[in-house]
Ligand binder design. Structure first.
Ligand code: SAH
Ligand code: SF4
Ligand code: F3S
Length: 468
């Protein structure tokens, strides 16, 4: 999981045109955290397009700057305050030139800290949580009269009120897209802030998701990643009032003509049901890559984390998944140095990694988060022990990633071309296993899938040749 995500390229379209010949106002959004924030930033951009804002490449020329923040670890939250320090200077410089700059803080830090943000950074005009993005144009109007903090969980369905992106905006965003289908979390892992920042688990109705997917595909999207903090807990209502699980949703979306690939993230082991496993065996559109965090290999730590499964449950689940889809590439998340973690507990984590053989995985030092039960535990692990364990785990994961990538050399696999590569005449695409594959071919191939033979393995990408 990257700490900052960005999407470049201005979004222009007729929707941004202003009445008369007035220049559109400029918007700059900086996105931290997970893919759901990337999705949300696009939806905020869409909501503000209707209010006359066009995206700007840099913060320097923006009339409105929004930080879409992440609260998952202390470092992520602190970044927001250092960024606000920089923005204060920018705001003052622009004011000296007679230009006003509104500053908004959105996302999970906004939800968690609310008023506290204005207290620490009084130049902020607007603090608003993830459930109020559809109210953004209205909140902006209110913020002109003084600082606004909006962190309630409104009763109305945000997704019903968020405008769809203009077709041009979707086209500019490329041939792969995120689509949030589920939000919030009821699991309350003892280390995690998400249930507090994103609220209770909710699923969007099937028809709403399907309509959004069709619009994306109509604008050239070929691969959709369904998002949710607990995406495999999805249980949306269909037109007949029945509840549909993620497998059912994926089956429906697979029928959309032109939608070549589907992925989903992030999953919880307890919600990986037989139907979803069967969908992996059944559907060619469902890509053989699964992000299924286990967090630790020690049962004592898993219990203290309130994960409500054991290491063995996870391994048995994996056996069933691999029986359905033998080539599935596994990914996961790990936390080292959770309170009470002994050397033996950590060794159990190393052991589960060895047994699973991950294609890629993310690992983090435990960061005590205010308001979570984990932060109250007394046997916190010293920083230097966390550092040392993280290094050992990351070295093992890196070896596994290299092994997984090296095993692809000589194989032929379908690659979806997404964008220009680093070198001229080169495109960057994705393998079914989410690896970046660099191939010499021309720009017109963006959005198409070709059979590619993997000819080389780099540090972060594979190299390939189209099979002719
Ligand atoms: N919903 C996802 C995880 C969301 S947070 C899931 O259940 O898997 C993404 C990852 O951040 C988590 O999987 C966990 O590994 C890590 N994380 C969450 N809280 C953390 C904390 N307090 N300290 C360190 N890492 C944390
Ligand atoms: Fe956080 Fe656990 Fe919920 Fe994932 S399942 S979002 S780690 S509380
Ligand atoms: Fe961060 Fe919120 Fe996502 S805390 S990881 S931005 S759900």
């Amino acid at each position: 999981m990257a700490d900052t995500q960005s999407r470049s390229g201005p979004v222009s379209g007729t929707d941004n045109a202003m009445p008369g010949d007035q220049e559109p106002k400029k918007l700059f959004i900086k996105t931290y955290g997970c893919q759901m924030n990337v999705y949300d930033s696009d939806r905020m951009t869409d909501a503000l397009a209707g209010a006359g804002y066009a995206m700007s490449e840099t913060a320097d020329e923006a009339d409105l700057i929004v930080l879409n923040t992440c609260h998952i670890r202390e470092k992520a939250a602190e970044k927001v305050y250092s960024e606000l320090g920089r923005l204060r200077i920018l705001q003052a410089q622009r004011a000296a030139e007679g230009k006003s700059t509104m500053i908004g803080v959105a996302g999970c830090v906004a939800q968690a800290e609310g008023e506290e943000i204005i207290a620490r950074a009084p130049m902020v005009d607007l603090v608003f949580g993830p459930q109020s993005y559809h109210r953004l144009p209205d909140l902006l109007t209110r913020a002109k009269a003084g600082p606004v903090v909006e962190t309630d969980f409104p009763a109305e369905d945000k997704f019903e009120h968020l405008p769809a992106p203009a077709r041009e905006a979707t086209i500019a965003r490329g041939v792969t897209a995120f689509l949030t289908v589920q939000e919030g979390c009821d699991k309350f892992c003892s280390f995690c802030v998400v249930p507090y920042t994103r609220g209770a688990e909710t699923s969007r109705p099937v028809a709403q998701v399907e309509a959004e997917a069709r619009q994306l595909v109509d604008a050239g999207v070929r691969e959709i990643t369904l998002l949710g903090q607990n995406v495999n807990a999805y249980h949306g209502l269909d037109g007949t009032g029945e509840t549909v699980g993620l497998a059912g949703l994926v089956r429906r979306l697979s029928e959309i003509e032109g939608l070549e690939r589907l992925r989903y993230t992030t999953s919880h082991p307890r919600d990986m049901d037989d139907d979803l496993i069967a969908a992996h065996a059944e559907l060619d559109t469902l890509m053989p890559y699964l992000h299924l965090p286990v967090q630790s290999g020690s049962d004592a730590i898993l219990k203290s984390m309130n994960r409500r499964h054991t290491a063995d449950d996870y391994l048995k689940l994996l056996e069933r998944i691999r029986a359905a889809r033998p080539d599935i590439a596994m990914s996961g998340d790990f936390i080292v140095g959770f309170p009470g973690e002994t050397e033996a507990d950590f060794e159990a984590t190393m052991q589960i990694v060895r047994e699973v053989r991950y294609a890629s995985a993310f690992s983090f030092k435990y960061s005590p988060r205010p308001g979570t039960p984990g932060a109250e535990l007394t046997d916190q692990v010293p920083e230097e022990v966390k550092n040392e364990r993280l290094q050992r785990l990351q070295a093992l994961i890196a070896d596994q990633q290299t092994a997984f990538n090296s095993a692809c050399e000589g194989r032929t696999m379908p690659v979806l071309f997404e964008k220009r590569g680093r070198e001229p005449g080169q495109l960057a695409g994705r393998s079914p296993y989410l690896q970046t594959v660099l191939v010499d071919t021309d720009l017109s191939q963006i959005g198409t899938i070709s059979q590619v033979t993997i000819t080389g393995v780099g540090k972060n990408s594979l190299f390939g040749k189209i099979v002719t």
